[in-house]
Ligand binder design. Structure first.
Ligand SMILES: [Zn+2]
Ligand SMILES: [Zn+2]
Ligand SMILES: [Zn+2]
Length: 345
């Protein structure tokens, strides 16, 4: 028999304390990162501490779902490897080898534990936070300040709901001043985002492009808090017709830049494809307005709303493209056949 040493015990109270300390440190880093023009190193540290703190808090919750500290440890630590062994009767048995590891479970396993204990959480938000955490390491440090500010704002409701509903505690009571800072920042973020949305509604953004406006980030700091530039509004310009000069200003860092290219880059990113995989493009230049905003499969332009005159082949009903429009409603095969027929006639 493989010798099994007893599972280590787990000190849930310690886990909780470490979680709260990590979150408090993260908020402190966040505060400091915003002083004197911004400190990107502190911003990175804020993300690391906040993400670590949230995961610790999740693990604490898992640990409190069982009564026996040994069970709690078994749920939180990565289990030993399970290997096959002969059962001496022509079959196999699966036996855990070694001890519970000293490493703790990752986000994916936390999710499985939550499902097992019916703990609800908005995993979409957690995935966004995790992406943000993984992503930050690869970013230019100077670009992180706005992104971290967005992260802290989005973390707020997740943390609030989790602490109140799953832990049955008061966030203000257990996080103290850190909670006050997060609350103020979150409220600022929500108010500002709403003001930005209202201001954009004056700017005549093409309807098809509205969702891509929401995907835009400041090229200077990564913040999503982008407002239409006041000069552009004052000049009576619209995004739809004056995209060559309509500017946006970042509320977080003051960077000012043309808005249209940001929207088109966001659109292109979502429609990126790799020809090496045999992928086909799904986006192309529009014959009507010239912008790269024509959706090939939808047969319409997101910017100018142009649609195809001939949408399918009269003979085979195949979907037509902008390039087929000169053939009077035939696909390239049938246009070809028709031409040949006319020549022979
Ligand atoms: Zn910015
Ligand atoms: Zn167009
Ligand atoms: Zn055809």
């Amino acid at each position: 028999m493989a010798r099994q040493r007893p599972t280590p015990m787990l000190d849930a109270a310690k886990l909780r304390e470490n979680a709260l300390t990590s979150i408090r440190l993260g908020v402190e880093d966040f505060e400091c990162s915003r002083h004197q023009g911004g400190d990107p190193a502190r911003a990175l540290s804020a993300i690391r501490n906040l993400f670590a703190g949230v995961l610790l808090l999740f693990k604490y919750k898992i640990a409190t779902c069982v009564e026996d500290p040994a069970d709690a440890a078994a749920l939180i630590l990565n289990p030993p490897e399970v290997l096959p062994r002969s059962d001496d009767a022509g079959g196999i048995e699966w036996v855990p080898v070694g001890n519970f590891k000293t490493t703790t479970i990752d986000v994916g396993t936390i999710r499985k534990r939550f499902e097992a204990f019916e703990i609800d959480i908005d995993w979409d938000v957690i995935r966004t936070l995790q992406d943000c955490r993984n992503h930050l390491e690869h970013l230019h440090p100077a670009h992180t300040l706005g992104e971290v500010a967005d992260f802290v704002a989005e973390l707020f409701p997740v943390l609030r709901n989790f602490i109140q509903l799953e832990l049955g505690e008061s966030p203000a009571a257990i996080l103290g001043n850190a909670w006050k800072i997060m609350l103020l920042h979150h409220n600022f973020f929500i108010d500002t985002r709403q003001q930005c949305e209202e201001a954009w509604s004056e700017a005549c953004v093409p309807e098809g492009m509205e969702s891509w406006l929401n995907e835009c980030k400041c090229p200077g700091c990564g913040s999503t808090l982008l407002a239409p530039a006041q000069e552009s509004l004052d000049a009576g310009d619209t995004v739809e017709y004056n995209d060559d000069r309509f500017q946006t200003t970042c509320i977080a860092c003051g960077y000012t830049v043309l808005i249209a290219p940001l929207m088109i880059v966001a659109l292109e990113r979502a429609h990126s494809y790799d020809p090496r995989d045999g992928d086909e493009p799904s986006l192309e230049g529009c014959n009507q307005c010239g912008r790269r905003t024509f959706l090939i499969h939808e047969q319409s332009c997101l910017w100018c709303a142009a649609e195809l005159e001939y949408s399918e082949c009269e003979i085979c009903e195949e979907n037509l493209t902008q390039a087929d429009q000169d053939s009077g409603g035939l696909c390239s095969n049938h246009a070809h056949a028709y031409e040949k027929f006319m020549r022979e006639d």
